[in-house]
Design a protein. Structure first.
Length: 245
């Protein structure tokens, strides 16, 4: 096999993409070009970041990928990416979410303060008592769950995550919260230049829109959970590139 070209700088990636996205995919499929996934996706979306039609189409492609997966009888999963690569988050769905981005920034700041000062700790204490079996089945230890019940702090390596972002129409309601591992699961859900993130960035505060968001299992209080096969599965980067081709 001939040597692989590895464009590293933003200028090199921009020049590569000028040949056309499909042409670049052919080079990647043929192992003629190797790219860093985050830098490649950033370069692909950078010039289009204010193009609402482009971003809307990217959101629709992601939704279509999810629906095609369901139609084929495959289990629910979201496809996300992270600096360490592409993952399928099994148990997640990708849904078209309609919301209005919060215009009242003082109210948002108040919600955020309440979340940090009171809501998060109270919720963690509650689930440690009411969902102990689920937390243990997901891999937490008795010591970790006991500590949650006592001090209301997330175990090391986990964060309390808003299913619908607090800044973007979500609330501090317990039904909107989940304990999410910090690794690829939490970081990738927020994404690097994901279509949903780009659509949100296009919106002014107070504006409305629709985005494709990866959402954790509705009946879960923690993710991942190996006992329910809700795990992050490594996938080839090309699986994600193909969605936007």
């Amino acid at each position: 096999m001939s040597s692989i070209s590895y464009p590293r700088t933003a200028a090199e990636l921009a020049a590569l993409l000028k040949t056309g996205y499909q042409a670049v995919l052919e080079l990647i499929r043929g192992q003629k070009v190797r790219v860093n996934i985050v830098e490649f996706m950033r370069a692909n979306f950078k010039e289009q970041r204010q193009n609402e039609r482009f971003v809307d189409e990217a959101n629709e492609r992601l939704l279509a990928w999810f629906e095609a997966r369901r139609a084929a009888g495959e289990s629910d999963a979201a496809i996300v990416y992270h600096r360490s690569g592409v993952r399928l988050l099994h148990g997640f769905t990708i849904e078209k979410v309609s919301y209005t981005r919060k215009a009242d920034r003082a109210f948002y700041a108040k919600e955020r303060r309440e979340f940090d000062a009171r809501v998060k700790g109270a919720w963690l204490k509650t689930i440690a008592l009411t969902h102990r079996a689920e937390l243990l089945s997901a891999g937490l230890s008795d010591v970790q769950v006991d500590a949650m019940a006592c001090d209301g702090k997330a175990p090391a390596g986990y964060q309390v995550h808003h299913r619908i972002p607090l800044d973007d129409g979500g609330s501090n309601d317990p039904a909107n919260l989940i304990l999410l591992r910090n690794d690829v699961e939490h970081r990738a859900v927020h994404g690097y230049y994901n279509p949903g993130e780009k659509r949100i960035q296009q919106m002014a505060h107070g504006a409305s829109g629709e985005v494709a968001l990866p959402l954790p299992p509705r009946d879960a209080v923690i993710y991942p959970n190996f006992s329910r096969q809700w795990v992050a599965e490594r996938r080839p980067s090309l699986d994600l590139y193909e969605i936007y081709g």
